[in-house]
Design a protein around this ligand. Structure first.
Ligand code: HEM
Ligand SMILES: *[C@@H]1O[C@H](CO)[C@@H](O)[C@H](O)[C@H]1NC(C)=O
Ligand SMILES: *[C@@H]1O[C@H](CO)[C@@H](O)[C@H](O)[C@H]1NC(C)=O
Ligand SMILES: *[C@@H]1O[C@H](CO)[C@@H](O)[C@H](O)[C@H]1NC(C)=O
Ligand SMILES: *[C@@H]1O[C@H](CO)[C@@H](O)[C@H](O)[C@H]1NC(C)=O
Ligand SMILES: *[C@@H]1O[C@H](CO)[C@@H](O)[C@H](O)[C@H]1NC(C)=O
Ligand SMILES: *[C@@H]1O[C@H](CO)[C@@H](O)[C@H](O)[C@H]1NC(C)=O
Ligand SMILES: *[C@@H]1O[C@H](CO)[C@@H](O)[C@H](O)[C@H]1NC(C)=O
Length: 339
């Protein structure tokens, strides 16, 4: 009797403990939990089509703009989370902008189009849609309008009151870093190797300046020779695009064959040693790396790439958003409210 009563006490304690643990788990603050695809369903029901129309219009005069817009979302999310901090100009309390950080200066583009999209949103839904959500929606529109997958972007982010130039200098991967460094920068924001390979597939469209890869053409790792992994006819083509004494600002296509289409050719390029950036080619050329089989799988199956890409974009879009009453809804994406 006493033994059964004590074991039932133990059982009740165990149940109670389980209950408390479950409650605690349910109450762990999860900054991602609050984003959802219907956040604006009553306050700005047409938000997705407004952004899509504006991106479509911009694409008519600049076939590169979709690539530039998705890159803004990436460079935003990797620095203090997806909070539109990349969009703030140096002005007033913003003494060091992310725009002037090493990965962005003379490189990040599309800010004027962001302002046009914001104007369209303010005309329909004044003061409602954040600049951080604008970037997530513009990224999705850019991909789907270029032949890539479509997905329901998660929404409900708010905009930062600050920028972090030092963070942009250190958190955004560089094309000269090795695979281990880049993997650790993705891991630092909760993204895994599958996300790294899938998201790198965004280099299926857009351009890169010669200065971001010309070391591979002339003097790789101080050898005085080209990167031995580069396909030799591709090397010759790139040397013509990027002469040794050129300015470094000339442009090459990130995907040599279908430069404006969102497809899986990026991964086939890597298999052919035709990745443009060192950071691209290393996904395939690093012996024994877990990335190699993922590249092979995306190269042989575009649907698998598209499904992974959409999921990884959602994962990236979930990096530390400001939600609830944190931050603000900026009226002008370039400036915090009420200077
Ligand atoms: C994995 C590490 C990555 C590195 C080292 C990297 C590096 C670069 C570099 C150096 C450029 C050329 C910039 C210039 O010459 O001005 C570039 C362009 C671009 N990146 Fe990445 N990137 C990475 C990942 C990503 C991710 C995750 C995305 C998006 C999901 C992305 C999207 C783009 C796009 C679309 C462009 C072309 C932009 C344009 O034409 O304006 N990149 N990237
Ligand atoms: C979406 O998120 C907002 C803010 O957290 C919340 O008010 C709303 O109920 C959510 N909608 C759904 C369908 O979960
Ligand atoms: C919203 O979208 C619907 C159809 O998607 C359209 O009929 C309506 O005119 C749009 N409203 C505004 C204000 O853009
Ligand atoms: C970031 O990098 C740029 C360019 O290299 C440099 O001018 C700037 O001082 C750096 N900013 C910070 C805060 O470290
Ligand atoms: C890679 O990371 C290590 C450790 O942080 C650093 O010392 C090294 O400079 C990085 N390599 C490059 C090319 O940035
Ligand atoms: C230009 O490039 C050539 C090699 O192609 C090199 O010998 C020469 O020193 C370079 N000149 C300058 C001014 O950098
Ligand atoms: C390609 O990937 C899709 C999506 O993951 C999958 O359903 C399909 O079975 C794959 N096809 C082949 C031939 O492996
Ligand atoms: C600087 O920011 C304030 C508000 O924060 C704004 O009124 C002003 O127009 C901004 N200046 C420029 C040049 O954008």
């Amino acid at each position: 009797m006493s033994s059964s009563s004590s074991s039932s006490t133990t059982r009740s304690l165990a149940l109670a403990t389980t209950y408390v643990v479950v409650l605690l788990l349910l109450h762990v603050p999860n900054s991602n939990a609050q984003l959802n695809s219907t956040f604006y369903s009553t306050t700005c029901p047409n938000v997705t089509s407004i952004v899509r129309s504006a991106v479509q219009q911009a694409l008519q005069s600049d076939s590169r703009i979709g690539a530039s817009l998705i890159r803004l979302h990436f460079h935003d999310c990797f620095v203090n989370g997806c909070d539109a901090s990349i969009l703030l100009d140096k002005n007033g309390t913003i003494q060091q902008s992310e725009k002037d950080a090493a990965p962005n200066t003379n490189s990040a583009r599309g800010f004027d189009v962001v302002d046009n999209i914001k104007t369209a949103l303010e005309n329909s839904c004044p003061g409602v849609v954040s600049c951080a959500d604008l970037l997530a929606l513009a990224a999705e529109a850019s991909v789907s309008l270029s032949g890539g997958p479509s997905w329901n972007a998660l929404l409900g982010r708010r905009d930062s009151l600050t920028a972090n130039q030092a963070g942009a200098n250190t958190s955004i991967p560089s094309p000269f870093e090795g695979l281990a460094n880049i993997t650790s920068k993705f891991s630092a924001v909760g993204l895994n190797t599958n996300d790294l390979v899938a998201l790198s597939g965004a280099h299926t469209f857009g351009r890169a300046q010669c200065r971001t890869f010309s070391n591979r053409l002339y003097n790789f790792n101080g050898t005085g020779n080209p990167d031995p992994t580069l396909n030799s006819s591709y090397l010759t083509t790139l040397q013509q695009t990027c002469p040794q004494n050129g300015s470094g600002t000339a442009l090459a296509n990130l995907d040599l064959n279908t430069p404006d289409a969102f497809d899986n050719n990026y991964f086939t390029n890597l298999q052919n040693n035709e990745g443009l950036l060192q950071s691209d080619q290393e996904l395939f050329s690093t012996a024994g790396a877990a990335t190699v089989s993922i590249v092979n799988s995306f190269s042989s199956n575009q649907s698998a790439f598209f499904a992974s890409f959409a999921q990884s974009m959602i994962n990236m879009g979930n990096i530390s958003p400001l939600v609830g009453t944190s931050g603000e809804i900026r009226l002008d994406c370039k400036n915090v409210n009420g200077g």
